[in-house]
Write a protein that binds this ligand. Structure first.
Ligand code: MN3
Length: 211
């Protein structure tokens, strides 16, 4: 995806059915081609009327919302956030595997959470605690430590000065077709499709360890 206007909803690097049986093909299709597409379209429509912001990157738009004209602030916040959060979510998935955290991120999870299992429990509890629509995130904070946070709607960790490593979308559209109202089952299934290599690369990038 180009990182400024006109934003493009690039195809997923895997098939819609690639996360079966944990995340179903129809959900992946609707989530990417309909939900994410709508955020991309809405963002482009708004920026189409404001050429002065068309060179801004997605991240610049998100962190500089207060600098934008008041009449488009909510629009940009929701839609740029929606594009960022979904790109991040899809990039952090890979074909079902039983893998666990790898590399430097694995070491950090072990030292800061006491291992993968306690981390998983905390992350699941956070994802379950989101009231309404939102996300749970693994982030690096300003002190360089890992943390688990939740965000509402299409808010992002960027505007909080946090560096995102991994996220799970817990809006109902992310799981309702397969898991109905049982978000806990969706979270358990999602752990099978986490792309830990990508998460580790995010972590390394945060500390400039990534080539
Ligand atoms: Mn979503």
């Amino acid at each position: 995806m180009s990182n400024h206007y006109k934003f493009i909803n690039t195809p997923l690097p895997y098939s819609f059915g690639a996360m079966e049986p944990y995340i179903d093909e129809k959900t992946m299709y609707l989530h990417h081609d309909k939900h994410l597409q709508t955020y991309v379209d809405n963002l482009n429509n708004t920026l189409g009327k404001y050429p002065e912001y068309q060179s801004w990157t997605l991240e610049q738009l998100i962190v500089n919302v207060p600098c934008l004209p008041e009449e488009i602030q909510a629009d940009i916040k929701n839609n740029a956030g929606g594009v960022f959060n979904h790109q991040f979510y899809f990039a952090n998935m890979s074909n079902p595997n039983s893998s666990q955290p790898v590399g430097f991120l694995n070491k950090a999870i072990n030292s800061e959470f006491g291992g993968y299992a306690p981390f998983g429990d905390l992350f699941k509890a956070a994802a379950l605690s989101v009231f309404g629509s939102g996300y749970a995130w693994l982030v690096v904070n300003a002190a360089g430590h890992l943390g688990i946070i939740t965000t509402a709607n299409q808010d992002t960790p960027l505007e909080m000065g946090l560096f995102p490593i991994l996220n799970i979308d817990v809006w109902e559209h992310a799981y309702y077709l397969k898991h109905y109202n049982v978000r806990a089952d969706y979270i358990d299934d999602w752990f099978h499709v986490v792309n830990w290599n990508n998460a580790n690369q995010n972590y390394m990038r945060c500390f400039n360890m990534f080539p």
